[in-house]
Design a protein around this ligand. Structure first.
Ligand code: GDG
Length: 741
């Protein structure tokens, strides 16, 4: 039976050694909760680090951890002190975390850390390979493991791999500063499905893939090495019912059951019922905007003195990564700021900021959420932020106000929150005042709308949605794998059929089939090896060879005019039979060109890198050298304008590889090859082409013909090969002893 394998840096179990004994308890984080339902249901395995370094454990302890983990359907990846230092604290947290959260000043591009990151990613990949079978769903999580998808794909192309990033994906301009940007993009491209929290992150990723690796992106799909990679946004939810029901329990709790924390809070209110609590909860991390929040709160108190003694900010800050220098500095700055503000404003019986630097049990967390009038969630940058969602879920009376930074992924879904730019102190202060004075009915309207969405799109829906898309992506990938298998079988078959046939013809498109695209189209001239293998085809008796190209007659003549091949140029307008002169296959009018040229010229003026190529009976707009996003918009606009014009003029637009070409509808490669082949009867036909102009050729050929599409695109061809290299192998195979190299 196929299983789901979840992979994250840490396992959902926290292992500890106390007095020489191993203890484990479930982790409480969002990720662990989110994936719990998948892990609990059906066949599943979770692979990750136990939290204990190899050096910390004796051999017996190590065995105990492994077998404890196994009972919980977990596999541990052993990591050493060195690994954790370099891979986790180093590359993951000092570099990728800083870079992906736009803190360029903190980024440390240490190549030793990069080497360790690669090595640990390989350890994870090895552990997965040991446990995965084809058909299993392998779901990898987060920025510590960006290279794992491709490491797996290289070892086994048939695996089904998904990836989810929990932090923001940065804009192209940020990512390009990273020395190993290609490696991490290519690492991710090993997956079949790559998920992000928001649409913006998806766009940033696609943009980087286009600009850094130069790949073709269609909507949210990437075509790479003959595979289709899907990307999408899946905004992570929370276990809504758990938070809501825990808040109900909090309300029902009798006096004796109340925690010390809640008793102190109630005491605070008892002296003045007008008092209000503002809450913030974060890990101690510079991305969370803790110092800015404290400064903004101080500014608020200064500008609105009537709120002094009326509001307090409860800040729960959970210790994190305290051995990374920036985090130590942040802690110091936070301590000082809190001290300064409390020193400045505090009165007997009132403290402006209650600051807790520790983690609290879940029940205390609920007490805090449930007792606070306002939640301040103001990160400078945050992948999603679950605290914002948890606060809303605990508002069982539908009161309370959420102030949410625009920079948190959660902001795009939580429109009814009060949004702020965390860098604007004055806006912060105004919005905080608005929150504290918001009428109850408005609070209710906002919270109700937020709760409705959060309860629907909860953590289980998030995981189900990802798995559903994952299944679709896997089915699609399987089709490609099947295509690949078909090709392997038929290479031999083509080869032997060619050998026994009496009358044969080989029809070959040029660009994208025999030669790769170049930025400058004239640079794609045939190389010596190509001439050699094409000439060899003609060494066979009763064999014809035709180049069937969209290129203009002059270029085709220059490149192949001296050969005995038949030549078709301009998408089928001109034909040169072997050893004959060029003949026009269609009699065309050219009076439409003037108008199309002037439209295209106006686009060239506005589009750096684009240019016009004028052929005798067609005109083309090339945008290979243009910025991909700009090209996409301009091409869409141009296509719309052209469509209005072409229908009445018997023209058609060919949407080729980074080119739009307008030509007469009467001209196509299908008509041209039929003219070439008329009156002759072939018992072997092989046609190869890569773009949709070649489809016209595939369509008209008899069904026994070997029609082969280059690249994994929609086609009416019978077969498919991934690359130009494969085309050349097939051609060589025809003329070799019959064994394909
Ligand atoms: C990363 C991304 C993304 C906090 N203090 C205590 C405690 N918590 C719990 C909260 C919440 C979780 O920790 C924090 O989640 P966040 O989403 O706010 O932040 P990160 O840890 O940075 O998580 C983030 C997330 O991944 C998921 O994809 O949203 O953007 O950075 O659940 O309740 N829990 C307990 N005691 C505490 O003191 N028990």
């Amino acid at each position: 039976m196929n299983k789901t394998i979840l992979i994250s840096n840490r396992l959902p179990l926290e292992f500890k050694i106390t007095d020489g004994k191993i203890y484990a308890k479930p982790s409480v984080g969002g990720l662990a909760t989110g994936l719990k339902s998948i892990h609990d249901a059906g066949e599943s395995l979770w692979i990750g680090w136990s939290g204990l370094k190899e050096e910390e454990m004796t051999e017996t302890m190590s065995k105990e951890v492994t077998s404890w983990a196994k009972k919980e359907k977990c596999i541990t990846v052993p990591l050493t002190e060195f690994d954790i230092e370099k891979y986790y604290f180093g590359l993951s947290n000092k570099t990728l975390w800083a870079l992906f959260h736009y803190f360029l000043e903190y980024v440390d591009n240490d190549s030793n850390n990069w080497e360790a990151y690669k090595a640990v990613n390989q350890k994870f990949a090895d552990a997965i390979l040991e446990n995965a079978n084809v058909g299993d769903k392998i779901w990898i999580h987060d920025y510590q493991l960006l290279l794992v998808p491709m490491m797996l794909r290289e070892r086994n192309p048939e695996l089904t791999i998904g990836f989810f990033l929990h932090i923001p994906f940065p804009a192209f301009e940020i990512l390009r500063t990273f020395p190993w940007r290609n490696e991490i993009l290519e690492g991710l491209l090993g997956a079949d499905l790559i998920g992000f929290h928001t649409y913006d992150y998806v766009q940033h990723f696609l943009n980087s893939v286009k600009r850094i690796i130069g790949l073709e992106v269609k909507f949210n799909e990437i075509h790479y090495n003959n595979r289709v990679i899907h990307t999408d946004s899946f905004p992570m939810g929370i276990d809504y019912d758990h938070f809501y029901n825990s808040a109900l329990d909090h309300q029902k709790r009798g006096n004796r059951e109340k925690s010390d924390l809640i008793k102190s809070i109630e005491e605070h209110f008892s002296s003045n019922s007008d008092r209000k609590l503002i809450l913030s909860i974060d890990r101690m991390d510079y991305s969370k905007g803790i110092p800015s929040r404290i400064k903004a709160f101080s500014y608020f108190l200064e500008k609105n003195p009537e709120y002094q003694e009326k509001v307090s900010l409860i800040m729960l800050v959970v210790p994190s990564r305290s051995n990374v220098p920036q985090y130590r500095k942040l802690k110091k700055e936070t301590d000082e700021l809190v001290g300064r503000i409390n020193g400045k404003y505090a009165r007997i019986g009132w403290t402006p900021i209650w600051y807790f630097y520790r983690s609290m049990p879940f029940e205390d967390l609920i007490d805090l959420y449930a007792s606070s009038h306002v939640a301040l969630v103001t990160p400078l940058r945050d992948g999603m932020n679950l605290v914002a969602k948890e606060y809303v879920a605990t508002r069982i009376n539908q009161d309370g106000v959420l102030i949410l930074s625009e920079m948190a992924g959660a902001a795009s879904e939580m429109q009814e929150a009060l949004h702020i730019n965390p860098n604007s102190i004055s806006q912060f202060s105004e919005v905080l005042k608005k929150a504290l004075e918001m009428p109850l009915t408005e609070q209710e309207n906002r919270i109700k709308a937020l709760q409705k969405r959060l309860s629907r799109y909860n953590i289980n829906r998030w995981a189900d949605d990802f798995m559903y898309s994952f299944e679709k992506a896997a089915e699609n990938a399987q089709l490609v794998i099947d295509c690949n298998k078909m090709k392997q079988i038929d290479k031999d078959q083509i080869n032997s059929q060619f050998k026994i046939a009496k009358k044969k013809i080989v029809l070959l498109d040029y660009d994208g089939t025999l030669a790769s695209f170049k930025v400058n189209p004239q640079d794609a001239a045939p190389d010596e090896d190509l001439y050699v293998i094409l000439d060899e085809i003609l060494q066979n008796e009763n064999t014809e060879l035709a180049i069937v190209s969209g290129r203009d007659q002059t270029t085709i003549e220059k490149w192949f005019g001296h050969k005995k091949y038949a030549l078709i140029s301009d998408h089928g307008l001109w034909l040169k039979r072997s050893n004959c002169e060029w003949e026009a296959l269609e009699i065309l009018k050219n009076d439409w060109k003037e108008k199309i040229r002037s439209v295209m010229e106006s686009f060239v003026d506005r589009t750096p890198g684009a240019f016009i190529e004028e052929k005798e009976y067609s005109i083309a707009w090339h945008y290979r050298k243009t910025d991909p996003d700009m090209a996409e918009n301009r091409t869409r606009e141009l296509k719309m304008i052209l469509t209005l014009f072409i229908a009445d003029n018997g023209l058609s637009v060919l949407d080729g590889d980074k080119v739009l070409e307008v030509k007469s509808s009467a001209v196509n490669k299908g008509r041209a090859v039929l003219r070439l082949m008329e009156d002759k009867s072939y018992d072997f036909i092989l046609a190869m082409g890569d773009d949709w102009t070649d489809e016209a050729m595939f369509e008209v050929l008899p069904k026994e013909a070997y029609t082969i599409k280059v690249g994994n695109k929609k086609t009416c061809a019978r077969y498919f090969v991934p690359t130009i290299g494969d085309v050349r192998k097939i051609i060589k195979g025809l003329t070799s002893s019959g064994i394909l190299k």
